[in-house]
Design a binder for this molecule. Structure first.
Ligand code: FAD
Length: 410
């Protein structure tokens, strides 16, 4: 398609989540005037998921507060929402998708923003018992809301961010909480031992029992409902209900069936294009080039920025998508903010400002890769800018709590 024609060509976006919303809104901002259809399997307009394991789970937010925009926005912007509807097949030759209600939609550009879904506990481990829950959607939270009664016992499987946030909410609501992590420590995949030990102590201080290096053998139950979590070492933990947070899987099946490349996500180039130039992908489902390899990020920042990058490509104004990963987590009264990806760091320097305010700076040789900032928004802001500029401050300086971090930006 020639530049100049794009404004008049229909765009279909599969997935009305954070990334799908970002594509649609950015297309209109950039002057796209033709039909934009956002097809979403869930019945809700696009909403933010982070509060599902934080304020919304605590009962502090109404559902409407989760919505990225009020419903009127979509009318004003002429973004057609097809909610409670799935895209079932893609006809790449005919440039048309078929929806679960039997209708079809033509496209000039198709964006796959299908997100991800929780890894499920298999039935032979008790995953199909009643009282076993996941945290991914508004529907998931509605299902478990009634379980949160003070004094009840919840077992949480998985010591990543979702599991820890669920533990914090449960403890705040007065439940008796045990968190089980099979790896040697919580946050094993995503943070340094120091960050993990800070959160371990924080949780223990609030009465959460954390069991590390403790594999789940099986959930057992009575009359079809979960009653215990049995660990591989034979311990049996009583449970009124269980929350499972053992990671997610990208939703790639639609792309696979359509013959697109899939490798830990839908493979795209730096302009968010799949091997079929009319089809793009963004958000949790997309695997994109980053520093010489392909990665997939599971974060709001990536969903927003990559969605916008996809919109620019569609409008014929492509820019290489250079992800600058950032993430956050709220647990009790602590805010963790993360800039960069610590991945294969070989040295972590801790900057201890107080018992509840610190940052951990991850280096590979002398190169700064990432920073975890706990109740240290200023350190986070400085770190984010340094990483974006490719600057690596001296380790001794960042480790000295008396050193003024802002001077590094001068
Ligand atoms: P999603 O938000 O998953 O949206 C994809 C949508 O596509 C879904 O609604 C799905 O139903 C729909 N879909 C899939 N297939 C089809 C189909 N064939 N047809 C129609 N629709 C389809 N990130 C952070 O940065 N910070 C946080 O603190 C944080 N906390 C989180 C807490 C929780 C509980 C969860 C679940 C996630 C959290 N995240 C956080 C991650 C962040 O929310 C995700 O990375 C982000 O939502 C990804 O957006 P997305 O649009 O790619 O995918």
């Amino acid at each position: 398609m020639q530049n100049g024609q794009v404004e008049n060509a229909p765009v279909v976006i599969v997935g009305a989540g954070q990334a799908g919303f970002s594509v649609a809104a950015k297309l209109r901002d950039l002057g796209h005037t033709a039909r934009i259809t956002l097809v979403g399997a869930e019945p809700h307009p696009p909403y933010q998921r982070p509060p599902l394991s934080k304020g919304y789970l605590l009962g502090e937010l109404t559902e409407e507060r989760l919505y990225l925009r009020p419903p009127a926005f979509y009318e004003q912007k002429a973004i057609e929402l097809r909610l409670g509807t799935e895209v079932e097949t893609i006809d790449r030759d005919g440039r048309e998708v078929t929806l679960s209600d039997g209708s079809t939609l033509p496209y000039a550009h198709l964006v796959l923003a299908t997100g991800s879904r929780p890894r499920l506990l298999p039935p032979d481990q008790g995953g199909n018992l009643e009282g076993v829950y996941y945290l991914r959607s508004i529907a998931d939270i509605r299902k478990l809301a009634d379980e949160f009664v003070a004094g009840r016992r919840v077992v949480i499987i998985g010591g990543g961010y979702i599991g820890l946030e669920a533990a914090a909410v449960s403890a705040k609501l007065g439940l008796s909480v045990t968190l089980v992590e099979s790896a040697p420590r919580i946050l094993q995949r995503v943070a340094s031992a120091h960050t993990a030990s800070f959160f371990r102590e924080l949780h223990r201080g609030h009465g959460v029992e954390i069991l590390e290096g403790a594999g789940l053998a099986q959930l057992t139950g009575r009359n079809g409902r979960v009653t215990h979590a049995v660990l591989t070492d034979g311990r049996s933990l009583p449970a009124d209900f269980v929350i499972v947070g053992i990671g997610i899987k990208p939703n790639v099946e639609l792309a696979e069936i359509a013959g697109l490349d899939v490798e830990n996500g839908i493979k795209v180039d730096s302009r968010c294009r799949t091997v079929d130039r009319a089809i793009l992908a963004a958000g949790d489902c997309a695997s994109f080039p980053w520093k010489g390899r392909h990665i997939r990020l599971e974060s709001v920042g990536n969903a927003v920025d990559q969605g916008e990058a996809a919109a620019r490509t569609i409008m014929g104004q492509p820019q290489e998508y250079h992800a600058e990963p950032w993430f956050w987590s709220d647990q009790f009264d602590c805010k963790l903010q993360i800039a960069g990806l610590s991945g294969d760091y070989d040295c972590a320097v801790t900057r201890l400002v107080s018992d509840t305010a610190l940052s951990v700076w991850y280096y590979k040789q002398e190169k700064l890769l990432a920073v975890d900032a706990i109740n240290q928004p200023a350190a986070y802001m400085v770190a984010k800018r340094l990483i974006a500029q490719g600057k690596s401050p001296d380790k001794a300086k960042v480790g000295d709590a008396g050193f003024e971090l802002k001077s590094l930006l001068a």
